[in-house]
Unconditional design. Structure first.
Length: 280
């Protein structure tokens, strides 16, 4: 049962959680915030991830199952008034639940050892909302991993975590990998490297028609404002553009990533694609 005592706003636990809104404290403690019922539920179900949970009385009653799951996962559960939650939260309208979670990024070597068939590589992606949304797209498309290069945004930025809508807890994510190392490692693992660029020489529709998309593939996505630098495009096996059949000037990063990842996922599941082979 939920106890009646509310945690004090002056508690050291509240102060420690509040500091996690800042990147330097997140990196030092290797902890980050997950807000709202969806993210907290995912964190509680991810082994050894949820450390602490703050909940308003209303949220504790409404999401009693999440609190029970959090306790079962070994997390400390604190009841707090709305002012405390607002103080910890980074959202304008907090949903009454804020979890403190351990970092869960995966070493890049482990990503390669799993022989991935579909990977999203974020190179110089600086907007946290874009990063989290691409992560969500990769999860939905059935990608095996996401790689954030060393020039990309912090995976644990609160906006990235919210934009991933729980997908952060679903698939391996490697962080801080130099783009050259990411590309070479994936190539050595037998993965074809495609750079997504609006000025690409190759057309996504043509690649699909040619039947070249069914192999293990990593897509490199760049900064939405200035795209991929020439030196990064040169690392790829092909630079591919999403065709614009209408009058739109371009697609935003997350939309283009969804189109590219789903194109690969569909091709890999087609007869002859790398995911169509079943164990004998």
């Amino acid at each position: 049962m939920v106890g009646p005592e509310l945690i004090s706003p002056k508690s050291s636990r509240v102060s420690a959680a509040r500091r996690l809104a800042k990147r330097n404290f997140r990196g030092k403690e290797r902890l980050f915030l997950a807000e709202g019922p969806q993210a907290v539920r995912e964190a509680a179900g991810h082994a050894d991830t949820l450390v602490e949970l703050f909940a308003t009385l209303d949220a504790a009653e409404r999401y009693a199952d999440i609190l029970a799951e959090a306790r079962d996962a070994g997390a400390r559960v604190h009841l707090a008034d709305e002012d405390v939650i607002a103080d910890i939260s980074t959202t304008v309208t907090p949903q009454g639940l804020v979890g403190v979670c351990r970092f869960l990024d995966t070493p890049f070597e482990d990503v390669l050892a799993a022989r991935p068939k579909l990977v999203a590589v974020l190179a110089n992606v600086r907007d946290p909302g874009n990063a989290g949304t691409v992560l969500r797209c990769a999860d939905a498309a059935g990608a095996d991993a996401v790689v954030l290069t060393d020039a990309s945004v912090d995976l644990y930025n609160p906006k990235s975590v919210r934009a991933s809508v729980g997908s952060l807890f679903h698939l391996p994510v490697a962080v801080g990998v130099p783009v050259e190392r990411a590309v070479q490692g994936l190539k050595d693992a037998g993965v074809r490297i495609l750079a997504a660029d609006g000025a690409g020489e190759h057309d996504l529709d043509t690649e699909l028609d040619r039947g070249t998309m069914g192999t293990p593939t990593a897509w490199i996505f760049g900064n939405e404002a200035w795209g991929l630098p020439e030196e990064t495009r040169e690392l790829a096996d092909a630079v591919v553009r999403v065709p614009i059949h209408g009058k739109a000037e371009s697609l935003n990063l997350a939309t283009a990533a969804a189109v590219c990842l789903y194109a690969s996922a569909r091709a890999q599941r087609a007869p002859g694609g790398c995911r169509s082979v079943t164990p004998s």
